[in-house]
Design a protein around this ligand. Sequence first.
Ligand code: GLY
Length: 340
Amino acid sequence: MTDLTIVGGGIIGLSVAWRCQQRGLRVTVLDNGSDDGAWYAAAGMLAPAGESSFGQEALTALMIESAARWPGFAAELRRETGIDVGLDTHGTLAVALTGDDLAEAQRLWAYREQHGMGVHRLPPSEVRDREPALTPRLRGGAYLPDDQQVDPRRVLAALRTALGPAVVHRQATEVPPGPVVVAAGLGTAALTGLPIRPVKGLVLRLRGEPGLLRHVVVGQVDGRHVYVVPRTDGDIVIGATQEERADATVTAGAVLELLRPATELVPDLAEFELTESVVRHRPSTPDNAPLLGRISDDVVVAAGHHRNGVLLAPVTADLIADLVIEHSAPPAAFSPGRFA
Ligand code: GLY
């Protein structure tokens, strides 16, 4: 017997299912059995300060709220499954290579300060005191204490463990009889007709001696944005391209687009082994904010999280569980009908 079917076994679908299950519902998750979701490539930056941008007030507030829920979410997952999802609270260093890069970065830092997020500006010498592996050519930087990281592949393993047999490997070709939550990422478009498009992202993984970097580093390098995310086991995740296309080809140009700025920022990375290049597609909406809400009496949608699926998983799960169980609607800014 199922009280609620969730279509989609990515980070959003599983998080929604877990929270609904914790609140007493019998859930079934239909998962297509592949790792084709955006979570598989994601670096796992929990970056309300690093990823928010001008004019997205409601989204910025949602990101800040979800970041605050991550420590509890990770701790509960660990208690329930024994799996450490790699929540790392060292914070993020935002750095700028040229004067133009610094001017651009400073406008974004000011926007983030206006929203109450911590931004500690640092001269180049102090940036390098924090991360000696960074190039001495930097023009400046800022420490963003609120921006953390988790390892999304470990989060998925933990959620799958927590849900156990509730996750069924089956491809949904149409929306099943309700009550149902469609959280199928890009697949949500075909299932519901809602406007979700693929935005291609290439992510690289490098492997070398652990300890080269302590913080997540987000860099502005000759007008290019790159992030370098160190894991405790020595893996370094470098991301990501953002291309309005749906193919999955790893092009030499895209690899260069990531490796050139990453090695300019952290020259020693050139010695690391390149172990993985992976393309996935962000499920993105016309305003790049998620679709959260009811589209009919029996069908709820939680999809279209663009660059922020990992960050927004805890708040999305709570909002959708509130909607399903208590009938309280998520903020209207995320209404699935807003583009009609
Ligand atoms: N959240 C980072 C990205 O989508 O590239």
